[in-house]
Design a protein around this ligand. Structure first.
Ligand SMILES: [Zn+2]
Length: 250
């Protein structure tokens, strides 16, 4: 089928025109006009490109693509290698960043809340990537760490002062959103969950007496792109769509 049809369908479903982002959403690198096989993955690394070549996919779809704001526009080093491999093999690269974080059906944040059984999860009014909701039942900090660990198959790096503190309202944002900790606290969250962690996050967590869980940027963002691959299969049964998880400890 026409690659342009896949692109248009995803652009509309993910509402890319309405979302201001740090990187272009939709078609980032143009390859062949027709697609029979699609490979989805979290990040457009060289390893993902090689997997696409291996299985004969004409189109790659990722959450983390290229051309980020403030990065050098020069096509050198790692970027040159990735782009030249895509271009020589005539492979399309489609990327959906924030539109895939905030989508209410297949978005990373929605699916993360659902995975933990959080009730009444919703984004904060001025922060579309920051969500707040109620845990399935009141639980201690240690119990929440266990809940995350069981569901993501990965123990979080947890910062807290009192492991027996009972939590009910929590906030979360997938990816590298550790700097929303104070905003989450101000919005009434008793704990905050995100992907990455910085040195400052530890101090902020202690000073706000608000437990922080770093669950892994990659681990928190496999949900959306995996769901996107399933959604695409349903839309276009004639397409061969697969998802590959190239694990990343961060
Ligand atoms: Zn991310």
């Amino acid at each position: 089928m026409k690659t342009a049809v896949i692109e248009k369908t995803l652009n509309e479903f993910l509402d890319i025109k309405k979302i201001k982002d740090y990187a272009p959403n939709g078609l980032q690198v143009e390859g062949c006009k027709d697609t029979t096989k699609v490979l989805c993955g979290v990040t457009a690394s060289l390893e993902l490109i090689d997997k696409a070549i291996e299985i004969g996919a004409q189109t790659i779809i990722v959450h983390h693509g290229y051309f980020w704001k403030n990065e050098s526009p020069c096509i050198t080093g790692i970027k040159k290698k990735r782009l030249s491999r895509l271009l020589t093999k005539n492979i399309n690269l489609l990327a959906y960043h924030l539109p895939l974080d905030i989508n209410p059906v297949i978005g990373n944040n929605y699916l993360f809340g659902k995975l933990l059984g959080i009730q009444d999860g919703r984004p904060l009014e001025d922060y579309p990537c920051l969500n707040i909701g109620t845990l399935p039942k009141p639980m201690t900090v240690s119990e929440l760490a266990n809940l995350i660990s069981t569901n993501l198959n990965r123990p979080p790096l947890s910062i807290f002062l009192d492991s027996d503190k009972i939590l009910s309202t929590v906030a979360w944002s997938t990816g590298a959103a550790q700097d929303y900790l104070e905003t989450a606290y101000e919005a009434g969250a008793q704990a905050y969950i995100s992907g990455e962690i910085s040195e400052r996050t530890v101090l902020e967590s202690r000073e706000l007496d608000t437990p922080y869980f770093s669950v892994g940027h990659h681990a928190s963002e496999t949900l959306g792109i995996r769901a996107l691959s399933e959604w695409l299969k349903q839309q276009f049964p004639e397409l061969e769509v697969s998802f590959v998880n190239i694990d990343n400890p961060v």
